[in-house]
Design a protein around this ligand. Structure first.
Ligand code: TTP
Ligand code: MG
Length: 396
């Protein structure tokens, strides 16, 4: 028998909601919806996640919070507590690292593990999967779902197959049987747009892709088509790349604001960007981290969402420099005369201050640094709301 890999995908169940339930047992059995303030149906943000009870009412991630309120008015609506979820995420990732040195964290609540060769240490792959689930629940109180297969794309589909608290194993050689009857949207990389395009060619299930040649899809969609055909046929040789995570390091830090009313005044948006960046930069300095990728998220009326990002040469955490890049990204974005619904800013590509090595192009402006330090000190002493740069004192 050919040698094959043992790849696991671990994904926490209803992660943010599960952490809230853990911290507040009164929530047990109730529909829990994490997201922005529903304001009795007038709220304009979105749902981050919902627990499985709330999903019975068809409340799902990324849905407008006002719709969630309509579908489930008796639900418990909770604002997200990113810091707490991040802390639990770190604990989960640390547990996973005790099963393999090759752990690739792909989002706050999911990771791939390459356990090739280690499975016998744990008996067999089923035992391995059960042990991981047991250790996660014993040490965090949270459940997860695990998929095990010969490659990443199938392991990822498998972890989702029997959620929550699932364990799905696709034995080597059974990939195509497992995939055949799934809807194409289950394939990794097939989003709403690709799905619609494929439907136009009468392709609904993975087996509809299998029935055709690779050439057929290459001609239709180029490189994407080739990738699609490979995924459908269970071919994926991408390696698990160990995240060089220091267990304590977060991957990004972000803030966003949904406007009460759609806004067409760009000055208002720019002021919000300045404020969001200030909050991010203060948190970064407090956590002693630096970042070099700045991304701006823009949601326009009608809900279309765009992101624009750039990576600079040096790692920074001073407000003024991040603000300057965030504003540049915002100003370069063509909103097509549409109004703004939401503005967000993210800093990623994070390192710790202690790992910072000044590069040739570094030159954190000394003046900015001094202003930041002074602001941080006052805010530390007198609280976050005690002082703001002049521009924030105007009504937003
Ligand atoms: P997911 O793993 O996609 O969802 P989940 O863990 O809540 O539920 P499932 O059992 O189906 O895995 O995302 C992990 C967390 O990321 C989720 O708890 C909240 C957050 N998230 C958002 O904030 N917005 C989103 O649109 C999505 C999809 C997730
Ligand atoms: Mg999850």
């Amino acid at each position: 028998m050919a040698k094959h890999r043992v790849i696991l995908h671990v994904d926490m169940d209803a992660f943010f909601a599960a952490v809230e339930e853990l911290d507040n047992p009164d929530l047990k059995g109730k529909p829990v919806i994490i997201g922005s303030d529903p304001k009795e149906g007038r709220g304009r943000g979105v749902v981050s996640t919902s627990n499985y009870e709330a999903r019975k009412y068809k409340v799902f991630s990324a849905m407008p919070i006002s719709k969630a309120w309509q579908l489930c008015p008796h639900g418990v609506f909770i604002r997200p507590n990113g810091k707490r979820y991040h802390e639990m995420s770190k604990r989960v990732m640390a547990i996973l690292k005790t099963f393999s040195p090759l752990v690739e964290q792909v989002s706050v609540d999911e990771a791939f593990l390459d356990c090739t060769g280690c499975e016998r240490l744990f008996g067999n792959v089923r035992e391995l999967g059960l042990m991981i689930k047991q250790k996660v629940v014993d040490e965090t109180g949270l459940t997860c779902s695990v998929g095990i297969a010969v490659n990443k794309s199938i392991a990822k589909i498998a972890s989702d197959y029997q959620k929550p608290d699932g364990l799905t194993i696709v034995p080597p050689g059974k990939e195509r049987v497992f995939l055949a009857d799934l809807p194409i949207k289950k394939l990794w990389g097939v989003g709403k747009k690709s799905q619609e395009a494929l439907h136009r060619y009468n392709i609904y299930l993975v087996k509809d892709v299998m029935d055709k040649s690779k050439d057929y899809f290459e001609k239709l969609f180029g490189k994407h088509g080739e990738h699609l055909w490979n995924m459908a046929n269970g071919i994926d040789d991408r390696p698990v790349i160990a995240s060089d995570f220091d267990d304590t390091l977060r991957k990004s830090i972000s803030e966003e604001r949904t406007f009460e009313y759609d806004v067409d005044d760009r000055d208002v948006c720019e002021k919000v960007i300045l404020k969001l960046v200030d909050d991010i930069a203060i948190a970064m300095r407090k956590e002693k981290i630096l970042g070099k990728t700045i991304t701006v998220k823009i949601r326009l009326e009608g809900f279309k969402t765009f992101t624009r990002g750039l990576t600079i040469d040096s790692h920074i955490h001073d407000s003024a420099t991040i603000q300057q890049y965030a504003l540049k990204l915002f100003r370069e974005f063509d909103n097509n005369n549409k109004k703004y619904r939401l503005i967000g800013v993210q800093v990623s590509n994070i390192i710790e201050e202690k790992d910072y090595r000044p590069g040739l192009f570094d030159g954190i402006d000394d003046k900015h640094k001094k202003i930041d330090e002074a602001l941080d000190e006052i805010k530390n002493k007198f609280g976050k709301k005690s002082i703001d740069r002049a521009i924030f004192l105007e009504k937003e």
